[in-house]
Structure formats: C-alpha cells, structure tokens
Design a protein around this ligand. Structure first.
Ligand code: GRG
Length: 294
C-alpha cells in the first residue's frame, strides 16, 4: 500500500461524494446553496470523512457504502467552522485558504449556510440508509450525540467561556478538547465502524482510538498556531497568543505539548492495531496526522 496514493483516492472519493450528495448551487435560494458549497468545496484535509471511509474499508466495505456517512460528517464539521468564524465567535477572515463565509457572503447568509449544512447531514443519513433502518438509526444517533450540546456545541460553549477568564484550568481545557475536537473524530471512526457492521467491543475500541486521536490532533493544532504560518494553515496563525488563549502550549510549553501529542497518537495507534481487518492505512494516517506541519 502506498499511503499517499490511498489518501488521495479517499480524498477524491469524498470530493465526489460532496458534489453528488449536496443540493445543486442553483437550487432555490441560490445564494444559500452557493454559500453551502463555497465552504464545503473549499477543501480542507477531509480528515473526518477519510477516517470514516478507511474504517469501513478495514471492515470489508467496498465502493460507496460509507460515503453518505462520510459526507454527513464533513457537513457537520464545515458548519462548525462557518459558525466558529462568525464575528460573535472567533471572528476570523480566513478559512481553508479563502475568505470566511461571512466575508465572502454576509453574516446572515453564513449563519444560514451553517444551519443548512447541520440539518442536511441528518436528512442525508436518513435518506441514504433508509433501506437499513437500524444502521440509519445508529448513524444518526452517533452524529447527533457527537455534534450536540454535551459534545461539539458544549465544547465550543466551554471554549468561549474559558476565553473570558485569565487562566483556564487543565480540567477545563481537557473538557474543551474532548468535546470540541475529539467528539467528531471519535464519531468518524465509530460511524465507519457502524457501516462496516462492527461488534460493540470493536465500536468501543474505535471510540477510545478516536478520543486519543482527537486529543493529539487538537494539541498539534495548538502547536501549529505557534509554529506555522497562516499561508500553511489556510487560517489565521498566531491567534491563540494574540487573544491570550489558554492552550496546551501555554499550559505545558511547546516541548511537553509535543510529547503529549505523540503519546496520544501512539495510544490511538495501539488501539487501532487491535482492530480486525487491514488497518495499515489507518495506522499510517494516524502517524501522518501526528507529524503534520499544517
Ligand atoms: C460553532 C458548534 C461550533 C463549534 C465550533 C470547529 C470548531 C468548533 C472550532 C474551530 C476552531 C478549532 C481549533 C476547533 C478544533 C477542531 C479543529 C482543529 C478544527 C479544524 O479542523 P481541521 O484542521 O480543518 O481538520 P479542515 O479545514 O482541514 O477540515
């Protein structure tokens, strides 16, 4: 297996899935559907949908069986980025190397495009898996829980509250990371597992792996905010320091943060190695995420 070829193949599958499953840009109202595609088609690493596709493949799913689940994950992730960039939240101008949705359109359109992507994700799952009601139910429950008030949205709320204080505690920081970042990464592995018919014990393994991978991913995100450029990241670099935000780097220093990230990536790798099927690509993906520089 050549890792980069495999990655390219799965990313291309995700791009095709997005194009195939999203409402066309000329559906009425055009402005809304154009804005949904503007943010979704801007690229990004496609980590979450690739994790879902690769997990399903490791369990023997071939073709496009997991593609609607993968696209639904990317819809939710992209909605969260659009809303996070709004002036009432992180107030950012740059995302995925382009002006943020509210800069390219306007605030109300960006808000509605995010709302529409959030809602569409569940319609997509309900429709695409209608002939497998148990699977549809499992996927919808998993994604709704990961995106809900006690995970993604709760993590974002805690993050906004933490920004208003001088110093967040490490418990508060863990809560933010586990929910704002790890929840969706965990759901990506689990949803791939559900499409692949994973046993409950295998789902538990995927959940643990996702939690470690999510934590490693967020710590590296904190590190890159300090060490990478806006051009490399496609979003504004150096923002955490400018806003005085508590991060793994401010709390533990750059070197310890690197060690924490490596330890969580290694724990994720060990969990995935216990998983049946051919997990070579997933392990290589975890290693490449741990080594990423943008
Ligand atoms: C508004 C409900 C709501 C949530 C917002 C996504 C998010 C939560 C905030 C963005 C800021 C941030 C650092 C989030 C942590 C997760 C993260 C690192 C998101 C960026 O994901 P990438 O790097 O982005 O996978 P691409 O563009 O590559 O998909």
């Amino acid at each position: 297996m050549n890792f980069l070829d495999e990655l390219q193949r799965l990313v291309a599958q995700v791009e095709r899935g997005i194009n195939q499953h999203l409402p066309l840009p000329d559906a009425a109202p055009r402005r809304l559907h154009t804005a949904m595609r503007y943010s979704l088609e801007a690229g990004g690493k496609r980590l979450r949908p690739v994790l879902a596709l690769a997990t399903a493949e490791a369990l023997g799913v071939s073709g496009d069986g997991a593609l609607p689940a993968a696209v639904a994950l990317e819809c939710i992730h992209t909605y969260s980025l659009i809303h996070d960039d709004l002036p009432c939240m992180d107030n950012d101008d740059l995302r995925r190397g382009r002006p943020t949705a509210h800069k390219a359109f306007d605030e109300a359109t960006a808000l509605l495009a995010g709302d529409a992507l959030l809602t569409y994700a569940f319609a997509l799952l309900a429709n695409a898996y209608a002939d497998q009601p148990n699977l549809a139910h499992g996927l919808i429950r998993e994604l709704a829980t990961a995106a809900g008030s006690q995970r993604l949205i709760g993590g974002q709320m805690a993050d906004l509250l933490a920004e208003k204080k001088a110093n967040a505690t490490s418990e508060e920081l863990d809560f933010i990371h586990l929910n704002k970042t790890a929840a969706m990464i965990e759901a990506s592995l689990v949803m791939g597992g559900l499409v692949g018919g994973a046993e409950p014990s295998q789902i538990a393994t995927l959940r643990t792996a996702g939690r470690h991978l999510g934590l490693s991913f967020q710590i590296i995100d904190d590190i890159l905010d300090v060490t990478a450029t806006s051009h490399d990241l496609g979003k504004t670099a150096g923002k955490d320091a400018r806003t005085g935000k508590t991060t793994y780097v401010t709390q533990h220093g750059l070197e310890s943060a690197r060690r924490f990230a490596a330890a969580h990536a290694s724990a994720a790798r060990l969990e995935i190695a216990r998983f049946p099927g051919s997990v070579g690509f997933l392990i290589a993906l975890i290693e490449s995420m741990a080594a990423r520089t943008k």
